[in-house]
Design a protein around this ligand. Structure first.
Ligand SMILES: *[C@@H]1O[C@H](CO)[C@@H](O)[C@H](O)[C@H]1NC(C)=O
Ligand SMILES: *[C@@H]1O[C@H](CO)[C@@H](O)[C@H](O)[C@H]1NC(C)=O
Ligand SMILES: *[C@@H]1O[C@H](CO)[C@@H](O)[C@H](O)[C@H]1NC(C)=O
Ligand SMILES: *[C@@H]1O[C@H](CO)[C@@H](O)[C@H](O)[C@H]1NC(C)=O
Ligand SMILES: *[C@@H]1O[C@H](CO)[C@@H](O)[C@H](O)[C@H]1NC(C)=O
Ligand SMILES: *[C@@H]1O[C@H](CO)[C@@H](O)[C@H](O)[C@H]1NC(C)=O
Ligand SMILES: *[C@@H]1O[C@H](CO)[C@@H](O)[C@H](O)[C@H]1NC(C)=O
Ligand SMILES: *[C@@H]1O[C@H](CO)[C@@H](O)[C@H](O)[C@H]1NC(C)=O
Length: 293
């Protein structure tokens, strides 16, 4: 402050202003240096691709904050400005302008529509009105992506006791980091039925860096099984395999058809009998029915 006061006395107004900005810049740089050397308050934040995270500066007196810079350490280790607030306009890069929301009252920043590139080290650098030292908060942001609900496809898992070529595949996409495919069999161990197992096939989208996974196994269809697969904690719908339902269905359908046919035959015979008796003994039918009752 002393240097600034001296300049104000000796130099013209415009130069003084220029010096003032330089001073602020120097102060800013100095604080940054201090912040990286001092022990900052550390927060670990986790976000999911497409969702948002909230970074709230940890402060003893949030209302005494005049200015805040949120910065990110980029790949080469230099700090880049993300967003913040001050009583004058701040130059926010187009990368962040529509993806960040600053809340002055709670001194926080929300980062929206996360991508994997947002992972890294952020810091909140506050400045108080009275120039008292304030604590810097460091946020270590990790981003993951949730895999889609896995799809199970089934080929050739028939009713034959020798359906050796029962092949099932499990696939899921859009996840991060890489994940294994695990199978689960209701009420049993799938290992005992496993005949063959493919390698885990992984593919990464170049732009989004998200993974898709694929795996096949082939089973020995010796019993009916219900299986699910899971990728990165996301579980597929259960599928029933090697079910003998088809043969049961056929016999059931046959039984029902047989019953229906016999019913129809009985009804037809009944109607035929009634019509023939009606024709021959018309006047006596009522009397006959009465006596039957
Ligand atoms: C940010 O949003 C405004 C208003 O919706 C739009 O005009 C501008 O082009 C956007 N900027 C970027 C970099 O996406
Ligand atoms: C800022 O945060 C405070 C406290 O959580 C909240 O009440 C307020 O609505 C927020 N302001 C904005 C503009 O979101
Ligand atoms: C979110 O970001 C992705 C790219 O990372 C972009 O394709 C998408 O349009 C963005 N969504 C919104 C709602 O801005
Ligand atoms: C801020 O830093 C000071 C000195 O390093 C420390 O005494 C104080 O507890 C810190 N405040 C918080 C909220 O951690
Ligand atoms: C899963 O199946 C649905 C519907 O058939 C399809 O839209 C989706 O792309 C499939 N996902 C994967 C990872 O194969
Ligand atoms: C994936 O799971 C299989 C079977 O459980 C196991 O043998 C393999 O080591 C796992 N691979 C990884 C990368 O975890
Ligand atoms: C399938 O299982 C049956 C009964 O456990 C066994 O006899 C048969 O050898 C198995 N076949 C193959 C190809 O593993
Ligand atoms: C498989 O699931 C069906 C219903 O979806 C159930 O009726 C059957 O008992 C299950 N079988 C096994 C072996 O768990």
């Amino acid at each position: 402050m002393r240097t600034r006061a001296r300049h104000r006395l000796s130099l013209s107004v415009s130069v003084d202003m220029w010096r003032g900005y330089l001073f602020l810049f120097a102060l800013f740089a100095a604080l940054q240096l201090i912040s990286s050397e001092e022990n900052p308050i550390v927060r670990y934040v986790h976000g999911i691709v497409g969702k948002s995270v909230h970074m709230r500066c940890v402060l003893d007196h949030p209302h005494s904050i005049e200015r805040v810079y949120f910065q990110k350490k980029n790949g080469s280790g230099t700090e880049i400005f993300v967003n913040g607030f001050y009583n004058r306009w701040l130059d926010v890069s187009p990368m962040y302008i529509n993806r960040t929301i600053i809340n002055k009252t709670e001194v926080s920043m929300e980062l929206l529509n996360l991508s994997l590139d947002d992972e890294g080290e952020y810091s909140c650098i506050p400045f108080s009105y009275n120039a008292n030292p304030t604590n810097t908060t460091k946020f270590y942001l990790t981003v993951t992506a949730t895999y889609s609900i896995p799809n199970i496809s089934v080929q050739g898992c028939g009713i034959d006791s020798g359906a050796y070529n029962c092949v099932i595949t499990c696939s899921s996409s859009g996840g991060f980091p890489q994940s294994n495919v695990t199978w689960h069999m209701a009420g049993g161990n799938m290992r005992s039925l496993l005949r063959d197992e493919g390698e885990l096939e992984l593919a990464q989208d170049k732009q989004s860096r998200l993974w898709s996974v694929f795996k096949y196994v082939s089973l020995n269809c010796t019993q009916q099984v219900n299986i699910t697969c899971s990728v990165g904690g996301v579980v597929s719908q259960a599928v029933s395999l090697c079910t003998p339902v088809n043969s049961i269905d056929i016999t059931a359908v046959a039984c029902i058809v047989l019953l229906l046919v016999s019913f129809i035959i009985i009804i037809i015979i009944g109607i035929k009998c009634r019509t023939t008796t009606n024709r021959t003994e018309d006047p006596t039918t009522d009397a006959e029915l009465a006596t039957l009752k």
